[in-house]
Design a protein around this ligand. Structure first.
Ligand code: BEZ
Length: 238
């Protein structure tokens, strides 16, 4: 069956294994996600090389690469441009581009050549209502076992918030490490959500304040302190 703008496309979902592919990149050939097993990965697409919003995004993301590495997270870009375009664009970024206080920015993470659009289609990065020949700004956060943990999409005109992506990584890793959830706008150092009690007895104990450090507003809303230091100790690379 031919795929049209109105045909629903299958796309990976949160909790699915990251679809596998092999690709040419600016850092050599990769076999995804095996190449990154053991690390968190942010696979992200951009619409086109040599465009301004994408340029500001690459400069920002590249300048934060070491910060993401502290949280065992690797970055992998993708667009439907070819390798020579990627190489020329990244060279231009390093040699000529200035954005905020960033200049001479070297993009060291791999940028995938997807001229066939096969990978972009496989990952649901092509949204024909927005653009049928370019990928939207998609973000897939993938854990060390190769499972998709977060998916975020932005349209062509809207540059991403990379501090938010770092917050997402920290929150996912904190949830895994400490078996908690993170409330709205959470940043490390703020109280975390304790999972809802599985039994009436535990809920009553919590509500009465008997569980060390746990405070409940109601039976379904209990939080506890988790210091920024504990979070850092628990989730950074030592
Ligand atoms: C940009 O990165 O500036 C851009 C790319 C595609 C469409 C619109 C803007």
């Amino acid at each position: 069956m031919e795929t049209t703008a109105t045909t629903p496309q299958t796309m990976p979902r949160i909790g699915d294994p990251a679809p596998a592919f092999t690709a040419k990149t600016t850092q050599g050939d990769i076999s995804f996600p095996d190449h990154f097993k053991g690390s968190w990965v942010i696979l992200f697409s951009h619409p086109a090389d040599f465009t301004p919003v994408c340029t500001s995004e690459f400069m920002t993301f590249a300048s934060m690469e070491d910060e993401f590495a502290r949280y065992n997270t690797k970055l992998v870009g993708l667009s439907v441009d070819g390798l020579y375009s990627h190489i020329a664009w990244l060279r231009t970024i390093q040699e000529r581009m200035v954005y905020r206080d960033l200049k001479n920015v070297e993009v060291k993470f791999p940028l995938i050549d997807d001229v066939s659009m096969n990978i972009a289609r496989q990952y649901g990065m092509i949204m024909p209502g927005e653009a049928s020949t370019q990928a939207v700004r998609a973000v897939f956060v993938i854990d060390p076992k190769g499972t998709i943990r977060t998916i975020i999409y932005y349209p062509l005109s809207l540059g991403r918030d990379f501090d938010e992506l770092l917050r997402v990584v920290k929150a996912l890793q904190t949830a895994d490490k400490f078996a908690v959830a993170t409330p709205a706008d959470w940043v490390p150092g703020e109280r975390v959500i304790v999972p809802t009690a599985g039994s009436c007895g535990v809920a009553k104990e919590r509500m009465s304040g008997a569980e060390e450090g746990v405070e409940c507003v109601d039976w379904f809303f209990c939080t506890k302190e988790l210091s920024a230091d504990e979070v850092e100790q628990g989730i950074t690379q030592h």
